[in-house]
Design a binder for this molecule. Sequence first.
Ligand SMILES: Nc1ncnc2c1ncn2[C@@H]1O[C@H](COP(=O)(O)OP(=O)(O)OP(=O)(O)O)[C@@H](O)[C@H]1O
Ligand SMILES: [Mg+2]
Length: 140
Amino acid sequence: MPDLQRSFKIKFNDFMKAGDVSVKIQGILKTIGFDPDLIRRVSVCAYESEMNVVMHGGDGDVLLTVDPKNITVHVRDDGPGIENTELAFQEGYSTATHEHREMGFGAGMGLPNIKKSADAVEVNSEKGQGTHLKISFNVE
Ligand SMILES: Nc1ncnc2c1ncn2[C@@H]1O[C@H](COP(=O)(O)OP(=O)(O)OP(=O)(O)O)[C@@H](O)[C@H]1O
Ligand SMILES: [Mg+2]
């Protein structure tokens, strides 16, 4: 059993609440007292994956688990999935709409930043199947 486990819902296209989950995760990790740089890296990954669910995915959820050796963030959605995950992780690749770009999104840097900030990233997605990202961090 992990020492701590929390789950959160994400709603597709809900830009009013977008970002709330990553703020909550940041708060939990601060309360536990993790190193600020580790918290910053987890927050970047949580935020970028949360925004991707809101913009490109579908309704979804986030599961945060913390144990003495690892922090893990599982992000799932029941959206359209990613046809080519290798392409999606390339810097600058984006299918963001005009509206998303007007809000300042769509640089195609979210997934590359997740990859850089995490210790390990696993993606499971197929077209029409939804998306699951498992993002892991070593503690210490
Ligand atoms: N949960 C998801 N469901 C479906 N497609 C996704 C999902 N997450 C990412 N993608 C696809 O991968 C692309 C790249 O994602 P990435 O986060 O790197 O860039 P972006 O969201 O388009 O722009 P930015 O994050 O810089 O604002 C997206 O444009 C989208 O096509
Ligand atoms: Mg993104």
